[in-house]
Design a protein around this ligand. Structure first.
Ligand SMILES: [Zn+2]
Length: 75
């Protein structure tokens, strides 16, 4: 699982999906991420539940946040 570089294009993190992301899922694997480090997956509407369930099944702490369309390209 690779992390897409955040170059302003916000597409879904789901493998093979190129839909524009609408949601950011911040998650953490307590075994490899220490302290306040976390990863962010971007998801389209279709894949939010898929990615969330994937993480929830592993009992990883996660937070789902809507992406602000007006912030497109920022950061
Ligand atoms: Zn998707």
């Amino acid at each position: 699982m690779s992390t897409a570089p955040d170059t302003g294009r916000r597409t879904c993190s789901r493998a093979g999906c190129r839909n524009p992301a609408t949601t950011a899922i911040e998650w953490r694997n307590p075994r490899i991420h220490t302290g306040d480090r976390f990863k962010v997956w971007l998801a389209c509407d279709e894949h939010v539940p898929v990615l969330r369930d994937f993480l929830a099944a592993r009992a990883f702490p996660l937070e789902v946040k809507p992406l602000d369309p007006s912030a497109h390209g920022v950061r």
